[in-house]
Design a protein around this ligand. Structure first.
Ligand SMILES: Cc1ncc(COP(=O)(O)O)c(C=O)c1O
Length: 484
């Protein structure tokens, strides 16, 4: 009913954002003074005024992550269908905590998750839920893996175990695992960091010997986290080898595919994610590369029973279980199979975007972004920049002789050229640019690189083109490539 006005509004906003600044110029004091001056909440205000004012604040006082030159931290441009979905959800306010209260919502989510679970190669008997984001999904993985490995953990806690359980991952894994180790009581020191190769992929031999040594020393290895697209560099760990090692060694294999997981949808990219079919659990965020608004994470798990054990809850005040309606085998109540209790209809935005565009539409969006990543690499190399990461995904880390990334980033910001960030690879600061928007064009990338080329001193350009100068440290560490 309200599709057309929102479509029009969305189109206007999209072009305004694309034509406007990416970076805000504002201080906290300025915003606080504005809020103090207008919002003491003592008198009602016309809704139109509130909406207009809030929109003005959002337009000028935030980084525009849906700008096509935002090459950032996995915050995507969003589809109209997903925006409409969030509007519908807010209007109907369905409660998905239990199946009986929202049969439609629960079945729509289940149907959507089954689509992606099949792409990951997980069995039909797997269970999946939408989460607030990747952090909740990774937390769920650790809680379920602990429950699976140690049946006493739920009732008696970690202190009942004969040693300290340990998780194995690389330094490139998302830092959120530190918070998870803290929150679950595992302790941050029981995250065991395994070294990486030149392409920042986990070294499986080192993993093998670390697990053996830790077991001999009395630690309790129980989980390995493999990355399918690291945050800093887009590295994909050797998932098939990790999966086989975990099976042989009785370890839970979790794959953090928060961003990179979307690549399984693309026939040209999915082979890079081979090994997801071996996972015990997978994190994937639709609010990253599946281009829907935050928050829309997903947690997939092969072990339905362990999920039900980890999140079990029996209370008299919740509506009766589906069993009372004869649907027991086919349904579950999400408040008993996930960390959340009250549950927003998170999955509708992915369902509607997928339904509107079809899988082929998604393949086109994902492949376009992968291609734009390649365009960015090629233009950078042609401009004398050096690519220092290796990934088939559209995340490009680069530098050049004598470059201080922070100085370049400040210039990009000041001139409103593009949003990029700094990442440290093997301890060396480099510039990180990720194509996160399906609307980003080749022309925009060319313009950004030409602007960057004009920012670096002429002698650096000459040196880099001839290859006479090198950043020795980086080249040794990362196996720098100078061609596509
Ligand atoms: C690889 C990876 N895992 C997990 C997360 C956490 O996801 P979220 O921010 O959705 O909680 C991120 C965030 O960027 C990530 O890059």
């Amino acid at each position: 009913m309200f599709v057309d006005p929102i479509r029009d509004q969305f189109a206007v906003l999209e072009s305004e954002i694309a034509a406007g600044p990416i970076f805000p110029e504002v201080t906290a004091e300025e915003i606080r003074a504005w809020l103090q001056s207008r919002y003491d909440f003592q008198q009602p205000m016309p809704l139109e005024d509130v909406v207009a004012d809030v929109e003005a604040m959002l337009k000028k006082w935030q980084v525009q992550v849906t700008h096509p030159r935002y090459f950032g931290l996995f915050n995507p441009g969003v589809t109209l269908a997903s925006v409409l979905a969030d509007t519908l959800v807010a209007m109907y306010n369905p409660q998905l905590a239990n199946w009986r209260t929202s049969p439609a919502g629960n079945e729509i989510e289940r149907h959507t998750l089954a689509w992606l679970a099949a792409r990951f190669g997980l069995p039909e008997s797997s269970i999946a839920t939408f989460t607030s984001g990747g952090m909740e999904a990774n937390l769920s993985a650790v809680v379920v893996a602990l429950t699976h490995a140690y049946p006493g953990y739920g009732e008696s806690g970690l202190r009942s175990l004969p040693g300290e359980p340990a998780i194995y991952l690389t330094e490139e894994a998302h830092f959120g695992f530190n918070k998870i180790a803290h929150m679950t009581g595992l302790g941050r020191r029981n995250l065991r960091l395994i070294g990486t190769d030149r392409q920042l992929k986990m070294n499986v031999e080192e993993l093998r010997s670390a697990v053996a040594q830790d077991r001999a020393a009395g630690l309790l290895p129980f989980m390995v986290v493999g990355n399918a697209g690291t945050t800093a560099a887009g590295a994909i760990d050797p998932l098939p080898e990790l999966g086989r090692f975990c099976r042989e060694s009785g370890l839970w294999f979790h794959i953090d595919a928060a961003w990179g997981g979307a690549a399984v949808v693309s026939p040209t990219l999915r082979h890079h994610l081979a090994g997801t079919e071996l996972a015990d659990s997978i994190t994937c965020d639709a609010h990253k590369w599946l281009s829907v608004p935050m928050g829309c994470g997903m947690f997939f798990c092969r072990h339905r029973h362990s999920v039900a054990q980890a999140f079990r809850a029996e209370v008299s005040y919740m509506p009766p279980k589906p069993a009372a309606h004869g649907d027991a085998a086919a349904t579950f109540d999400p408040f008993t199979t996930s960390a959340q209790w009250s549950r927003r209809f998170i999955g509708l935005k992915l369902f509607m975007a997928l339904a509107q565009q079809g899988e082929s539409g998604y393949v086109a969006m994902i492949d376009h972004q992968a291609r734009m990543g390649q365009v960015l690499r090629e233009r950078l190399i042609a401009g004398g920049w050096r690519i220092v990461n290796a990934t088939p995904l559209p995340l490009v880390c680069f530098t050049r002789e004598g470059l201080t990334p922070a100085v370049l980033l400040a210039a990009l910001r000041e001139r409103q050229i593009a949003w990029m960030s700094e990442a440290k690879l093997h301890g060396v600061p480099v510039v990180r640019a990720c194509i996160t928007n399906f609307r980003t064009t080749e022309a925009e990338i060319e313009w950004v690189v030409s602007q960057m080329n004009s920012l670096v001193p002429a002698e650096s350009r000459v040196q880099d083109r001839t290859g006479a100068a090198t950043t020795g440290e980086l080249q040794t560490a990362l196996g720098t490539r100078t061609g596509p």
